[in-house]
Write a protein that binds this ligand. Structure first.
Ligand code: TXE
Length: 485
């Protein structure tokens, strides 16, 4: 079992009061690590370390910091298999997914921002009699708070641009998925990365997470997690005028238009619905099908879902592992029961997967991928974020009706549209109230593009220049020309 510690000022430390929490593998129900149950007292040395390291780190050039990002990427690339194994153990996700998505993207986040940073030139704005120079400086010490569904992927998505822009960091990963954040800290130590620039504290959200929100010397908070917690983050940090980036929940739509290529739409809809057991904020959990296609689409969709290999996350052939915890399993099950109460029909799934792994004690937070029909688009199951392997199907008879149903959601993060007419797909997508829409694909990512949502899906954008803007303060210097009067 791993005894994980906080990483502060370049070395590892227990919580000041010695308290700890246990971390479990959701597939085996085994305790795999302990982490410090840090409190606000543990934040102070991390803030002091940031302040001591800040000037030397921000004095480096953008290129020198980009070189550090490349070194980190190289080191993580060497550990890609270890990252994949730890992530799969911590979350119950299939090892193949962990390799393909979590480990790969954790490396590419650093690689991308290193090269993107080198491409940046100073912003200038020429006037007839003056020149404007936009000078970027670091925000200072930033707080990064991240969730359990894509632990290192989402942490490095924030760490890379924050470091590139010269900031110092206090990061808090989810208390139920600490393993790969710890591996990042170990890697920085091995690289002799400047101490105090990156600090990692573990513990409960309402305790050490809240302490990060409240600390006056932490000048920005970048948060990814649930909408309810996002409200707490905003309520606490906004009155302190901290910069805020909030990537919250989603209830995303997959929309199959009349002229869609059915097989591709079915494959795409299954991927969007059940990747990571539906525990990705971008997952397509509401599927809207043009009425004339409904019967054939539903038949093929159910067939594909039933063919998913659910089982041991360590098995290369597994397409779906567990959900994140027994508690989350029960939350999703409560929605299955609610669906029936709301008049829904369980078309497939709806029960715990009795794989060999469950065993007589019911070990393993496995839930069969579940598809529900016959629910109104305003039902609770079709409007509340479930964040598990459960989707609802809805038919529409016109694009106007589809847009009204899709946009009725309180969320607005992402969506995907399936059609053979690309111009129509683009025009239709632009009318969807969300931050990201894919046409004839899903989760196809260019890291230069803006990532984020509207309504209850959050505030702000990450990615490319939006990350650079968030993790820097801009000073516009306007210089009048000598010869002008
Ligand atoms: O998120 P939380 P969780 C959604 C999904 C899921 C729900 C809860 O619906 O069921 O959020 O998931 C820290 N002050 N998403 O539990 O609680 C917490 O310790 C400061 C969507 O992961 O929001 C963790 O590190 N920090 C999301 C982080 O916030 C606090 C991905 C996220 O925890 C805190 C995951 C507090 N008071 C879940 N309370 C997405 N958009 O991808 C908690 N935290």
């Amino acid at each position: 079992m791993l005894s994980i510690q906080n990483f502060i000022d370049g070395s590892f430390h227990h919580a000041a009061d010695g308290e700890f929490l246990e971390d479990f593998n959701p597939a085996t129900a085994q305790c795999i690590a302990t982490i410090p149950r840090s409190k606000s007292v543990d934040i102070e040395p991390a803030v002091a370390a940031c302040q001591a390291a800040q000037s030397a780190w921000s004095a480096l050039s953008l290129d020198q910091r980009a070189d550090w990002l490349d070194r980190i990427a190289d080191a993580l690339e060497q550990k890609a298999e270890r990252i994949a194994q730890l992530e799969s153990m911590d979350t119950g996700k299939p090892i193949a997914l962990s390799r393909r998505v979590d480990a790969a993207r954790s490396v590419s986040n650093f690689r991308f921002f290193a090269s993107f940073g080198r491409e940046q030139s100073e912003l200038t704005f020429q006037m007839e009699d003056a020149m404007n120079y936009v000078h970027r400086s670091p925000v200072g010490t930033v707080g990064l708070i991240t969730p359990w569904n894509l632990p290192l992927y989402l942490l490095t998505w924030k760490v890379a641009p924050a470091l590139l822009m010269g900031n110092t960091i206090i990061a808090k990963p989810s208390e139920i998925t600490p393993l790969t954040a710890n591996l990042l800290a170990e890697t920085l130590l091995e690289l002799e990365f400047p101490k105090g620039v990156f600090n990692l504290v573990h513990g409960l959200g309402p305790e050490v997470g809240q302490a990060i929100l409240e600390h006056p010397d932490i000048k920005a908070i970048s948060f990814t997690g649930g909408t309810e917690t996002g409200r707490i983050v905003a309520r606490t940090a906004a009155p302190m005028f901290k910069k805020l980036s909030l990537e919250l929940g989603g209830k995303n739509a997959t929309i199959v238009l009349k002229d869609a290529e059915l097989d591709k739409a079915v494959d795409g809809a299954v991927r969007a619905a059940f990747t990571n057991s539906g525990q990705v904020c971008l997952c397509g959990s509401r599927i809207f099908i043009e009425a004339s296609l409904e019967e054939e689409f539903t038949r093929r969709f159910i067939e594909k879902v039933n063919a998913l290999q659910i089982g041991d996350p360590q098995d290369e052939n597994t397409n779906m592992g567990t959900v994140i915890s027994p508690e989350h399993l029960m939350k999703v099950e409560s929605y299955i029961n609610l669906a029936i109460e709301e008049g829904g029909v369980i078309l497939t799934g709806g029960t715990r997967a009795m794989t060999g792994y469950n065993g007589p004690e019911g070990i393993g937070a496995y839930l069969l991928p579940t598809v529900v029909g016959n629910l109104h688009y305003t039902s609770r199951c079709a409007t509340e974020e479930i964040f598990g392997p459960m989707v609802t199907l809805h038919a529409f008879t016109s694009e106007e009706e589809a847009l009204e149903m899709v946009n009725s959601s309180e969320y607005g993060l992402a969506g995907s549209v399936w059609t053979n007419d690309l111009e129509r797909g683009r025009a239709f997508s632009a009318q969807i109230d969300s931050g990201i829409v894919w046409v004839n694909t899903w989760l196809h990512r260019d890291l230069r593009t803006p990532f984020g949502g509207v309504k209850n899906s959050g505030v702000g954008r990450e990615g490319g220049r939006w990350s650079l803007d968030f993790f820097s303060e801009m000073t516009n210097v306007c210089i009048k020309k000598h010869d002008s009067n």
